[in-house]
Design a protein around this ligand. Structure first.
Ligand SMILES: Cc1ncc(COP(=O)(O)O)c(C=O)c1O
Length: 451
């Protein structure tokens, strides 16, 4: 298989970095200005993770395209890391939001949209009761509290190399078989070893062992890992997870925030999963902040029996703006008119096109890389066979190649999700957007392999 010399990666990166700087002078100026008032010149720390010496400042984004302050146009395959899986500023959502803006945004009272949205979430995901938050992080945080409350158990269990937002109990990883804080964990409130058990996805023996003590309130998992590259579950994995959680009285939480890419009802509906809770956020509001969690009728009864209603507003589950009228208007329009069954069919077909083109080039160039697709999301990884666990996926990361390819794509008008080589399709994405990437991928790999 083709070996890629490290010096070549470094040389190409230096060339692309110069090109980036030359073509993004407006972003550079704005970044310099922002450095005077924002930490590292960005409104949120992870925006520093884009390659290049400063981030691109964007001027507008519409559908699957984004325009930066220098007038560069991009095919956006990052789509706000799923927050804009609907495409940017989807017309039905924008119309509903505009209409709602003029009629009141937040009032500590429900609107008719809330009832519609509850019914639609029920129809899509098969869970009876729903609550709304402002982010997927909050949905996960609240579900963990509720699971602890109704089971009387202290711990949770997650997959190794999971990501469920900035939820204290989930910022954990396996270090030499022991649970410890994930590298970079900021100020953990308690030792995660006390709150959390961690197992590899696809390791059913470990799961059985870690649930045996019956002290785990809930298993919180994505049905496939999507935040360390994509790692798919083995056939039969989820059936056995469900059996083991039921046998041990452990609640099962499926986080569909990213795996909604599998279809209108996410991986859960596509694969017939039967979670006790389902959490979600990001795309369901078409870009307007929102999150949600749903639960079965049985769980609802347990929640009702365990809620101290008089103090429900201060019990650790809430948020003044959670379930606000604006968010729910956005969710209603997005679910009813944007993330439809037909939209998913087209989006998944585009991801298949992306996957086929990348796979063909990898084979042609004899690169030790692979590509994995999950619904309308696809990711190439620097390992010859798709990783089977979180730790294998982490081992396949290559910071130098990752930075080079992200910058290479940026310079050719393509945005890929930072942190890994992931591409997402929206209802507004076209074959031309996919093909732009396929061509740039051919060009980049030709340079890397001397082909
Ligand atoms: C699976 C999953 N759950 C939850 C979250 C948290 O979402 P947010 O940052 O919008 O709260 C993320 C974010 O990437 C995610 O990937």
């Amino acid at each position: 298989m083709a070996e890629i010399p490290r010096e070549l990666i470094a040389d190409l990166f230096a060339r692309e970095r110069e090109r980036f700087a030359a073509e993004h002078q407006g972003s550079k100026r704005l970044h310099e200005r922002a450095e005077e008032s924002l930490l590292s010149g960005v409104p949120m720390n992870w925006m520093t993770r884009w390659p290049g010496d400063f981030p691109v400042f964007f001027e507008r984004a519409d559908g699957a395209e984004l325009v930066d302050v220098d007038g560069n146009v991009y095919a956006d395959l990052c789509l706000g890391d799923t927050g804009a899986m609907t495409g940017h500023a989807p017309a039905p959502t924008v119309a509903a939001v505009n209409e709602r803006l003029a009629r009141g945004i937040t009032a500590m009272l429900p609107t008719e949209d809330a009832a519609f949205v509850g019914e639609e979430m029920q129809r899509r995901f098969g869970l009876r009761d729903w609550q709304f938050t402002l982010s997927a992080t909050d949905a996960n945080r609240f579900v963990i509290r509720i699971a602890r409350q109704i089971t009387g158990r202290p711990r949770i269990l997650v997959h190794n190399h999971c990501y469920h937002g900035s939820v204290d109990e989930t910022v954990a990883t396996l270090v030499d078989g022991e649970v410890g804080p994930r590298a970079g964990s900021v100020g953990p409130p308690v030792d995660v070893g006390e709150t959390t058990r961690v197992v590899e996805i696809n390791d059913l023996d470990a799961l059985e062992r870690e649930l045996a003590a019956e002290d785990v309130a809930c298993v919180l998992i994505e049905p496939a890992l999507t935040n360390i590259g994509i790692v798919l579950a083995d056939d039969g994995y989820h059936e056995r997870v469900r059996e083991l959680t039921r046998e041990t009285g452990t609640l099962l939480v499926i986080d569909e925030t990213h795996t909604l890419c599998c279809g209108p009802g996410g991986y859960t509906a596509a694969h017939g999963l039967e979670p006790d809770f389902l959490t979600i956020g990001k795309p369901i509001g078409g870009g307007i902040p929102t999150g949600a969690y749903g639960f079965s009728a049985e769980v609802a009864d347990r929640i009702i029996a365990n809620t101290f209603w008089k103090e429900a507003d201060v019990g650790g589950v809430g948020g003044t703006l959670a379930g606000n009228a604006l968010s729910l208007a956005a969710v209603r329009a997005t679910l009813a008119e944007v993330l439809t069954e037909e939209a998913f069919e087209r989006m998944i077909a585009l991801a298949e096109r992306f996957e086929a083109a990348v796979a063909e080039t990898i084979a042609e160039r004899d690169l030790p890389w692979s590509i994995t697709r999950l619904g309308c999301r696809a990711e190439y990884m620097f390992a010859p066979t798709p990783p089977h666990t979180g730790v294998e996926a982490a081992a396949a990361l290559d910071d130098d190649l990752d930075a080079l390819l992200h910058l290479y794509m940026l310079n050719r008008g393509i945005l890929l999700t930072p942190f890994h080589m992931m591409a997402l399709m929206s209802p507004a994405t076209t074959e031309a957007h996919v093909d732009l990437h396929s061509e740039a991928f051919r060009e980049a790999t030709a340079e890397l392999t001397g082909g």
